[in-house]
Design a protein around this ligand. Sequence first.
Ligand SMILES: NC(=O)c1ccc[n+]([C@@H]2O[C@H](COP(=O)([O-])OP(=O)(O)OC[C@H]3O[C@@H](n4cnc5c(N)ncnc54)[C@H](O)[C@@H]3O)[C@@H](O)[C@H]2O)c1
Length: 247
Amino acid sequence: MSKRLENLICIVTGAASGIGRAIVKEISQEGGVAIGIDIQEKEDPEVEMYSADISDEFSVDKVIAEIYNKYKRIDVLVNNAGIWAEGTVETTSLETWERIFAVNVRGTFLVSRAVIPYMKAQKSGSIINISSNYGLVGGLNCAAYVASKGAIVLLTYSMALDFAPYGIRVNCICPGTIDTPIIQEPMKRMSKEEIERITASRIARHPLGRIGKPEEVAPGVVYLASNRESSFVTGAVLSIDGGYVAR
Ligand SMILES: NC(=O)c1ccc[n+]([C@@H]2O[C@H](COP(=O)([O-])OP(=O)(O)OC[C@H]3O[C@@H](n4cnc5c(N)ncnc54)[C@H](O)[C@@H]3O)[C@@H](O)[C@H]2O)c1
């Protein structure tokens, strides 16, 4: 029996760590050709990695052209790379606000813009944007992040409408809290008591009673990438959040 993503050329941004790394592994296991893009220069024996800052127009256009010239098609794009910063509107610096939007929103725009002409020419493609539970509900002390993730949800709807006539499906995944460096790094600067408090409160906010693992997000990507399984799915928002936004 053929695998779910047999021979599909799949680009994943932010593939060097966390959810992106789990996604490229799952794609490879399902027979796809996983190609990672990340700002971190990391060798990975399991996946072909390209180094680029997705907020930089020139680097994005160059790396996508390079990948297309090698494979002559692009079937799937997973806009996964993202950054987080804490702060309310009062305490977020303009520099932080702009960097969050540059990576999370402009990055999603730039990589999609570079890939879409190839998908249009093929008359097929699947774009999967990784937003967040914080793209659907507000969050305390992370105003820029929440605003950027909300923008990704509505960008998904708009892209789904604009490119449906070309056979390109555009969907979005909203993970809840997932155990990756994006949540682990800030905890390195916290006291033991603070970490215990934050961990308990995170667990309490997820009705399934725990936070998630990157490997629990990746199968959602495979479903949305597979034209056999999700051929009539576009403009969808798939929550993989242990029930977080159901409250
Ligand atoms: N972990 C969570 O709790 C959680 C929850 C909801 C949504 N998300 C989203 O999932 C996505 C993946 O996050 P993660 O948890 O795996 O975090 P992570 O920090 O482990 O991975 C993010 C990856 O993106 C890369 N990256 C950052 N800026 C980049 C840039 N300018 N250009 C290219 N690559 C860049 C990083 O180097 C890293 O490899 C993010 O969009 C994040 O907002 C995460």
